[in-house]
Design a protein around this ligand. Structure first.
Ligand SMILES: [Fe+2]
Ligand SMILES: [Fe+2]
Length: 166
């Protein structure tokens, strides 16, 4: 056992959670496509791509620090949603859960005096603030729109990357 074994295991576990988030957002995107909401579907597809990028950051960090690679089994994502509101609420809950997990990882790295891992995780601490804020705002917009989901489509379209500001 090397002193960083607990950190290695936790990093691998969390890498799996980021890839699980990738899959969860893909499932949400597919459901939204099926509902005829292409802008929301595109939003969740972009979120899915971001989660894949997050997973790859952990993958690269494990490689760069010479740690053993263990790719964990992933649970199938939830795929049936009662409404757009419940879907977005689930996405917000997921981001809040990830924020908590990242915080626990930071504390673990500190406990093991693993400064490099603590520095690596700082990017995620900042990223999670944005992720939670984005999803919280989307949930509020969905609630304000009520049954007028085309208003949500418009909100998402105006914020799509590459869209010129009106
Ligand atoms: Fe993530
Ligand atoms: Fe995220």
């Amino acid at each position: 056992m090397t002193p960083d074994d607990a950190v290695q295991g936790a990093l691998c576990t969390h890498m799996g959670r980021e890839f699980a988030a990738h899959f969860q957002y893909l499932a949400m995107s597919a459901w939204l496509e099926d509902e005829g909401l292409p802008e929301l579907a595109g939003f969740f597809a972009r979120q899915a791509a971001e989660e894949h990028m997050h997973g790859m950051k952990f993958f690269r960090y494990l490689v760069d620090t010479g740690r053993a690679m263990h790719l964990p089994a992933l649970d199938a994502p939830a795929s049936g949603f009662a409404s757009v509101e419940s879907l977005v609420a689930a996405a917000l809950a997921q981001e809040q859960q990830v924020t908590q997990w990242i915080g626990e990882l930071v504390h673990l790295a500190r406990e093991h005096r693993d400064l490099a891992t603590e520095a690596f995780l700082q990017w995620f601490v900042t990223e999670q603030v944005e992720e939670v804020a984005t999803m919280h705002e989307l949930l509020q917009v969905v609630r304000h729109a009520g049954p007028s989901l085309l208003l949500v489509e418009d909100y998402v379209a105006r914020r799509r990357p590459g869209t010129p500001a009106a």
